[in-house]
Design a protein around this ligand. Structure first.
Ligand SMILES: [Zn+2]
Length: 119
């Protein structure tokens, strides 16, 4: 299990969101990041973290923003099942297509710099 139910993760800093997604960016997120309309979240910006609607285990972490039709839309990805959300649009189709993470059983060792020491 990735998350303690009692753990609060409603908000975090931008660098924490990026650290949580490091090494597990889906191809869809990477392709969005490659566009001129994309702006990454700033390190000390406070961004929301919401429970993932798909896996109900991970959190939707804010990676940055993309400008679409003159609107600034948040770009978020689940740190567990890799679903991507752009604005209110959810993408689950290629969520398992992650560049350098081929197995869900290697869930350990990714959270350096992500954990506030809670004990
Ligand atoms: Zn998820």
């Amino acid at each position: 299990m990735s998350y303690d139910n009692n753990r609060e993760y409603d908000f975090e800093h931008g660098w924490q969101a990026l650290a949580g997604l490091a090494g597990r960016l889906s191809r869809r997120l990477q392709s969005v990041q490659g566009t001129n309309d994309y702006a990454p979240v700033r390190p000390w910006e406070v961004v929301p973290v919401e429970p993932c609607p798909f896996c109900a285990d991970g959190g939707m972490r804010t990676a940055g923003y993309v400008t679409r039709d003159h609107q600034l839309l948040p770009v978020r990805q689940c740190d567990t099942c890799h679903a991507v959300e752009i604005g209110t649009q959810l993408y689950m189709d290629d969520a398992t297509d992650v560049a350098d993470d081929d197995a869900d059983d290697e869930d350990d060792g990714w959270d350096e710099g992500n954990d506030d020491v809670a004990h």
